[in-house]
Design a protein around this ligand. Structure first.
Ligand code: IPD
Ligand code: CA
Ligand code: CA
Length: 256
């Protein structure tokens, strides 16, 4: 497959879906809950996902798909698309404009292409394995900051309350050591803002593959490191430049 061509065509789709999400933003929309009262899905998530899966099914009919709202279409193919049609649904439902669309393509289990779009600022983050990470076509890189006390970090809290106390314990400790911590409500946004050098580090427990597949490749192609340290109850990870990712992992391990 010519991944550059795949990406160029995908860019059009992802920007179109971003436009659609902005037209429905702050309007009356149908909102339902999933796991619990913090875990939401709106009609915009569902319609966005349908637009993406329709596109993939038509263009790449033999490929498998893993999409957050509709689940798996397993065709036993080497290629698999991983889709989060709206990352930051809680923000979206409250009219807070940090939300993204995340689409990744795997080949034989390895992510080879990732695209994350932040409609509000028209920011498209892209990466093809081995070819660097880009923001609207311009090369991006992680920071080279090494000291946690100078670092701006991002994190999130899991919807599943199983991990909440442990998550808060980590937050409680790390907040005292970092220069600042942000909780944006979109893990894909966090990873991309790490890749572009706005954040120096990120950690979160219990994420799903669709939250991180594209963002992880974008961070790695921006020279950063993503370490998944547990796969129990979802993906728990630290990310940063190579030093900060290691520092965060040591902090977390020291807290049990
Ligand atoms: C959520 C966001 C959030 C993270 C949650 C995710 P959703 O995804 O990425 O930042 O803290 O764990 O589930 O539900 O808005 O697609
Ligand atoms: Ca998500
Ligand atoms: Ca989502």
């Amino acid at each position: 497959m010519d991944l550059k061509k795949v990406m160029a065509e995908l860019e059009e789709l992802i920007r179109d879906i971003g436009k659609y999400q902005l037209t429905r933003f702050n309007q009356e929309i149908k909102i339902e809950t999933k796991l619990n009262s913090s875990d939401l899905v709106t009609e915009v998530d569902k319609i966005s996902e349908e637009k993406i899966t329709d596109y993939i099914r038509e263009k790449y009919p033999t490929h498998s798909i893993l999409a957050e709202e509709s689940g798996k279409i397993d065709k036993g193919a080497d290629y698999r698309w991983i889709i989060d049609p709206l990352d930051g649904t809680n923000n979206y439902a409250h009219g807070f404009s940090i939300f993204t669309i995340s689409i990744a393509l795997e080949y034989k289990g390895q992510t080879v292409l990732g695209a994350v779009y932040y409609p509000k600022q028209d920011e498209l983050f892209t990466a093809i394995r081995g070819e660097g990470a880009y923001l609207n076509g311009n090369r991006i890189r992680v920071t080279d900051r090494e000291d946690l006390s100078q670092a701006l970090l991002a994190t999130g809290f899991p919807y599943s309350l199983i991990d909440m106390d442990y998550s808060l314990k980590l937050f409680n400790n790390i907040v005292k050591k970092a220069q600042g911590i942000r909780r944006t409500g979109s893990a894909a946004f966090d990873l991309c803002n790490l890749a572009r050098g706005s954040f120096d580090g990120f950690w979160e427990l219990g994420l799903s593959l669709w939250d991180i597949a594209a963002g992880k490749l974008i961070v790695e192609e921006a020279g950063g490191r993503v370490i998944i340290f547990s796969r129990e109850n979802g993906f728990s990870l630290v990310a940063g430049n190579k030093i900060i990712a290691g520092v965060l992992l040591r902090e977390i391990k020291s807290l049990g």
